[in-house]
Design a protein around this ligand. Structure first.
Ligand SMILES: [Fe+2]
Ligand SMILES: [Fe+2]
Length: 184
C-alpha cells in the first residue's frame, strides 16, 4: 500500500502554495490512470487534498481577493461553481466500488476534465491578478490563512465520502449545481 504524503507547509506566498497543490492534483490524476499504481490510495489522497484546497480557497482567498478588488464577485462565484462541479465528479469517483473497472476509468477522466479546466481558468483569472494587484504582504497573509484551514481539513480527512456527499448536497441547495430533481 502506497502512502501519499500531502505536503503541509505553514507559510508562503498564496499563489506559489496554490500552484504547488495544482501540480500535486495533476500527479495524482496520472496515478489514477496508471494500473501499476495504488489507485485506492491515490483516490483517497486526491479526495482529501482537493476538498481541503477548494474549501479553503473559497473561504480564505476568493472573498479576500474580491474585497481587495483584484477579482470580481462574478469570478469568485464562477470559481465556486467549478469547485461544485469538480466535487460532484469526485463523488462519482469515490462511489466506484473497485478501481479496475471501465466505470472507474470513466469517472477518473470526467474528474480530470473538470479539474484541468478549473485549474487552468483559476491560474489565468484568479492567480494572475493575485500576482499583480495585491502586495507581497497580502499574498503572505493569505498564504498563512489558506494553509491553516487547508491543513486542518487535511487533518480532519475532509475527503471522506460522507463529507463529500454533504458538500455536494450543500452546493445543490445553494444553487451552485442544478437542484437535484432537475438533473437528468
Ligand atoms: Fe486551486
Ligand atoms: Fe479552485
Amino acid at each position: 500500500m502506497t502512502t501519499y504524503d500531502i505536503p503541509r507547509p505553514t507559510e508562503g506566498d498564496v499563489v506559489d502554495l496554490i500552484l504547488e497543490d495544482h501540480r500535486l492534483f495533476e500527479a495524482l490524476l496520472r496515478d489514477l490512470r496508471d494500473v501499476t499504481a495504488d489507485r485506492e490510495a491515490a483516490r483517497a489522497a486526491l479526495a482529501t487534498a482537493l476538498i481541503a484546497h477548494g474549501e479553503a480557497e473559497e473561504s480564505k482567498v476568493y472573498t479576500q481577493l474580491n474585497r481587495k478588488r483584484a477579482i470580481t464577485k462574478g469570478e469568485a462565484e464562477h470559481g465556486e461553481e467549478e469547485h461544485a462541479e469538480g466535487n460532484e465528479k469526485l463523488l462519482a469517483l469515490l462511489e466506484c466500488k473497485g478501481t479496475d473497472t471501465q466505470k472507474f476509468d470513466d469517472a477518473v477522466e470526467e474528474l480530470a476534465t473538470a479539474l484541468n479546466h478549473h485549474i487552468g481558468e483559476e491560474e489565468q483569472t484568479i492567480l494572475n491578478p493575485a500576482k499583480t494587484d495585491v502586495s507581497e504582504q497580502v499574498r503572505q497573509d493569505l498564504g498563512a490563512a489558506w494553509l491553516a484551514m487547508r491543513n486542518q481539513l487535511l487533518d480532519e480527512d475532509a475527503g471522506r465520502i460522507d463529507n463529500v456527499r454533504a458538500i455536494v448536497a450543500r452546493a445543490h441547495r445553494e444553487g451552485l449545481l442544478p437542484a437535484e430533481d432537475e438533473e437528468k
